[in-house]
Design a protein around this ligand. Structure first.
Ligand code: NPG
Length: 369
């Protein structure tokens, strides 16, 4: 497939409600949409870099720069027939996984359309529905949080993830457990603790959590291994796993028992699939994380989560949880059984609504060969 033209769009979308973690708060979510034109087909990929370097070092500005000045020149005008080939062309560029992942995602979309199959099928997906969970940000007080959880459960969400940080953890979890004793519950610290908090973190074992996500430093494996030896609660790693090699090392060290896979964080769907396969071979369950994606990134995540070892609920919620109006049709909706259907149409299987894409666009650049 000859990559004839590649377009970048910097979008800004207002979230239906602010999202707060241990480290940052978002009300307007930016992203970059990469569009590849090839052989009469149009493929879309979403770059999940944020406004600032809070979750990772990448930002909208760094991703735009790396895409425009390095990634696009490396592939534009080339005839590329597989994701492996595309990845090889981008290999000389170190780091910047979110920039690379967005370009690769657009390529996967084109590839699936060229074969006239869904992205899920092309990736090796086996499910027609994926388990949907919801991530609830830090709230102003415990009564507010309890009522948010109640609303989300009433909407049909079967697994609740709570953002925690020092000062918003044990008391909060205790109150939630008292009110919802059997709820499938997990906590995500986004690297808010250190190994010096070991004794404090042991208290998390009291709440029967499905897992504790990324309690320690964003690039650490060693201290997580020590913590996992001391905790009954399974540790799930997110930020610390940036490559398939990181995943292997984490599992060898015993740094976690579960891995959250985000295609953006690990440099693309191909690496995401490799981590999935590695975990499957080691009997380690995985789930797909979320980064407040528009319907374009969500469609790719849903396709990925249809692979067999995504056995835990994903941070993939309905479009309405994020946006008043998504940029795709049809929007993703929550089924009564707490799942989301995997699109079966060719490529991403959703239609990008150009007028909505235009409205959200703040900057645009097209490169042709
Ligand atoms: O449903 O997309 C979603 C949000 C899930 O909690 C979520 N994402 O730390 O995993 C995370 C967090 C996140 C959001 C990370 C935005 C980075 C950016």
């Amino acid at each position: 497939m000859k990559l004839e033209a590649i377009e970048l769009r910097h979008l800004e979308m207002e979230l239906v409600e602010p999202f707060e973690t241990s480290g940052w708060r978002e009300t307007i979510r930016p992203c970059i949409i990469v569009t590849i034109h090839s052989d009469g087909l149009t493929g879309y990929g979403e770059c999940v870099a944020g406004a600032g370097p809070w979750y990772s070092y990448e930002t909208i500005q760094t991703a735009w720069h790396v895409l425009e000045d390095f990634c696009i020149p490396a592939v534009l005008g080339h005839d590329i027939s597989s994701a492996e080939e595309l990845q090889a062309k981008l290999k000389p560029i170190r780091g910047h996984p979110m920039a690379k992942a967005a370009l690769e995602a657009a390529f996967w979309d084109v590839l699936a359309q060229a074969k006239n199959i869904s992205l899920a099928k092309l990736l090796g997906g086996t499910k027609d529905r994926i388990e949907s969970g919801i991530s609830i940000g830090i709230q102003k007080d415990i009564p507010t949080l309890l009522s948010v959880i109640e609303q989300r459960c009433a909407q049909g969400y079967k697994r609740i993830k709570l953002k925690v940080k020092p000062g918003w953890d044990i008391t909060v979890l205790r109150a939630v457990r008292q009110r919802f004793p059997t709820l499938d519950l997990m906590a995500d610290a986004n690297a808010a603790y250190t190994i010096a908090d070991l004794e404090h973190l042991k208290q998390f074992d009291e709440f029967g959590l499905m897992m504790l996500e990324q309690p320690l430093e964003y690039d650490d494996l060693i201290d997580h291994a020590r913590l996992q030896r001391e905790l009954k609660t399974p540790i799930c790693l997110d930020e610390s796993i940036k490559t398939p090699d990181d995943a292997r090392k984490a599992l060898d060290l015993g740094a976690c028992k579960i891995i959250n896979i985000k295609p953006g964080r690990v440099g693309g769907l191909l690496n995401a699939k490799r981590i999935h396969d590695l975990c499957l071979s080691r009997g380690v369950p995985v789930w797909c994380g979320g980064m407040l994606e528009t319907g374009i990134g969500r469609a790719a995540n849903v396709a990925l989560a249809s692979l067999p070892n995504f056995t835990l609920p994903n941070d993939i919620s309905a479009s309405a949880r994020y946006w008043r109006e998504d940029i795709i049709e049809p929007p993703f909706v929550l089924e009564p059984d707490g799942t989301i259907r995997v699109p079966t149409g060719s490529g991403l299987g959703v239609r990008v609504v150009m007028e909505r894409l235009e409205r959200a666009t703040r900057r645009r650049a097209t490169t042709r060969c």
